[in-house]
Structures are given as C-alpha cells and as structure tokens.
Design a protein around this ligand. Sequence first.
Ligand code: NAG
Ligand code: NAG
Length: 182
Amino acid sequence: MRTTVIAVVMVMLCGMMVQADVKPQRDFNLQRFAGKWYRVGLAYESASFIPYRDKLKASMGIVTALANGNVNLTMWDATPFGCQVKVYQYEKTNVPGQFTYFSTRHNMVKDITVVETNYTDYALVLKHKVFNSEYTQVALYGRSQTLRINVIQKFKAFALSRGFSREAILTPPPAGSLMYLR
Ligand SMILES: *[C@@H]1O[C@H](CO)[C@@H](O)[C@H](O)[C@H]1NC(C)=O
Ligand SMILES: *[C@@H]1O[C@H](CO)[C@@H](O)[C@H](O)[C@H]1NC(C)=O
C-alpha cells in the first residue's frame, strides 16, 4: 500500500517536471543563430561562483554551425590572468534548439536550450541539469554589448521564474580588453 502511494507521488512529480520544462525557440534556425555573440547577462547560483560575481565581465563567443548540426562555441573570457579561449562542443538532439554537452568541469552531461532568440539582437539560453540548481545557468547573449532594457528585463524575469535569486542574476559591464577582437 505504502509503496503504491510513493510510486503515484513519484509519477506526479515527474509529470510536473516535464510540464515545467522549458521549450526551445520555435522553428529554431541554427544558420541564423551562428556567428558572434556577447554574453551580456548571466544567472548562476553556484556558491563557488559568489566570490567572482562582481568581477564578471561580458565575454565574447562565436557560434560555429557544423555540417552535422552540432555546434562549436568558442568563448573569449577576460580574466585577471589575461584572455582565455575555450571551445565548447554542443551536440544536437532531435529537438531543434536543444543541445547536450559534456561539462569537463562538473564531469556530467548538461542540456542546452536556446529558449528564445530573434537572431539579430538577442538570445536567451538555458544550460541546465534537471534536479540540480547548482549546475544551472541562464545566459543572455547579444549581437552587441548593449541590449535594450526590455530584453534585459525579459532575461531577469526568465531567470527569476527559474528560481534564481536577484543577487545571482548579473549583467556584467563590457570587457574593454576584448575590443581588439572586433
Ligand atoms: C570544433 O571543435 C573541435 C574541438 O576543439 C575541433 O577539433 C574542430 O575542428 C572544430 N570544428 C570546427 C569546424 O571549427
Ligand atoms: C529583435 O529584437 C530587437 C530588440 O527588441 C528589435 O529591435 C528587432 O527588430 C528584432 N528583430 C527581429 C527580426 O524581430
């Protein structure tokens, strides 16, 4: 009897998780999404990241669409030790706008969802691991380093709706040292 009740509760919880799950941009077009983006917003709740919150700078990335539908994301980060370049490899899934990637830092596979983009101005991207807020991030990308206030508000509202605290939702200043890459 007791196990049945637990099983039913589990099924209900799982059903709710799926419903609460976020959908990617409708008719996602990878070719239009490719190219240069600036990460102008980041929501990240991880305790280990708290000391770096006020040091965060807008970083630059290039999205390369590969022939097989996968993505290489090359990111340039301004750090106290200079400019760091990293390549992230996102693998396509059967849902357009939804990717997976293996995080070497956390040693786990994560889901990447391009939640909303209009390709020419902004993109709202959710990097997540179901059941674990420690590993979840929301990023706001812009084709330029300054975005309109309504887009920034959209990013903040989305991050709040995913359970981030206000202190964890950051809109870092532009990184001057990245200018030469333009
Ligand atoms: C994508 O990234 C991988 C790993 O860094 C690299 O080997 C590959 O050449 C890249 N592909 C393109 C088209 O840039
Ligand atoms: C994208 O969003 C920006 C800012 O909201 C707007 O100015 C622009 O017209 C939009 N572009 C498209 C193709 O919808």
